[in-house]
Design a protein around this ligand. Structure first.
Ligand code: GLN
Length: 301
């Protein structure tokens, strides 16, 4: 079965559409680009080519995987984030656009001391940054790329995630970023003292356990549950972070958390209850939903 490329892609599009894939046209084209190592311009240039059997077969295998619900990014092994390319695999969450919003806020804060134009902190205070629950390292590596002076550490409980993050650091030319396997702050607790940072950013697992089976099949069947499951009420990690982060922040250090659209009140209360944070604020994502909670460690009285 040799087919012209444009016919092949037409069939791919139809198969993904029939399988209920949202962005069927983009995915059908991207899978071919991935297979033949083309960009979208290259795809157009080869549009009239007649393909060999084996190329058609290889393409339909990829289409089949996507039609069965495997995320495009796990098939191609990459996702763009903040304009950089990140390796992804089923041991890490695929970086989301909502998280880019948080990283944009973080970069503004770290480089200018402002948050969406309002004074929040002193930029020169930020020297050491921790990306806690880093997954692919998308947050920490992007911050290292975009904020020249800060020293970034990325940590995750999953060894596979740390391996992926490390590779992403290397592939993006960030030699100075450190990577640690750590259950939250465990690796940063020495016998005598705790390692402290000026800025801790985290996108921890925050989905309520019973909501997970209702998520899109791409997410619930393919993304790492351990990166999604925030316990019964979705707040397990925020509880632990609220409790432990103060000991790992320098005076006036800042904590920035990605949250679910309905978690602002709960996460804000958890931080308030510690009585260790001030300037607690919530920022919204591009869809206008609550997405980020930020807080500053109180200075000593
Ligand atoms: N935002 C992700 C989702 O919608 C969840 C991320 C997380 O739990 N940290 O699937």
């Amino acid at each position: 079965m040799s087919l012209p490329l444009k016919e092949l892609i037409k069939i791919g599009i139809r198969q993904l559409q029939d399988a209920g894939i949202g962005d069927y046209e983009r995915d059908a084209k991207e899978l071919y680009c991935f297979l033949d190592k083309l960009d979208s311009v290259g795809l157009m240039m080869h549009w009239q080519d007649v393909l060999q059997d084996n190329q058609c077969e290889a393409y339909f295998k990829l289409i089949e995987r996507r039609a069965a619900g495997e995320p495009l990014q796990y098939i191609t092994g990459t996702q763009e984030f903040m304009g950089f390319s990140f390796n992804v695999n089923p041991s890490v969450l695929i970086p989301r656009q909502d998280t880019e919003t948080m990283v944009e806020d973080a970069v503004e804060l770290l480089t200018k001391g402002t948050l969406r134009g309002e004074e929040y902190a002193k930029a020169s205070d930020f020297k050491e940054v921790l990306d806690l629950c880093c997954g692919s390292g998308a947050i920490g590596v992007s911050i290292a790329k975009l904020c020249g002076k800060v020293k970034v550490t990325c940590s995750d409980i999953s060894e596979e995630a740390v391996k992926t993050a490390k590779q992403n650091g290397l592939d993006n030319g960030c030699k100075s970023v450190k990577f640690e396997k750590s259950d939250l702050f465990d690796a940063f607790c020495g016998k005598l003292s705790k390692k402290k940072f000026d800025f801790i950013i985290s996108n921890p697992p925050y989905i309520e356990r019973e909501v997970i089976p209702t998520l899109q099949r791409e997410v619930k069947d393919h993304e790492p549950i351990m990166a999604l499951d925030g316990g019964m009420d979705g707040l397990d990690f925020y509880r632990r972070i609220a409790e432990d982060a103060p000991a790992h922040l320098h005076k006036n250090g800042v904590l920035m958390l990605e949250i679910g659209y309905n978690q602002n009140e709960a996460v804000t209360s958890l931080l308030e209850e510690t009585e260790k944070f001030c300037n607690i604020m919530c920022l919204k994502d591009l869809a206008g939903k609550d997405r980020i909670v930020i807080a500053k460690l109180k200075g000593k009285k």
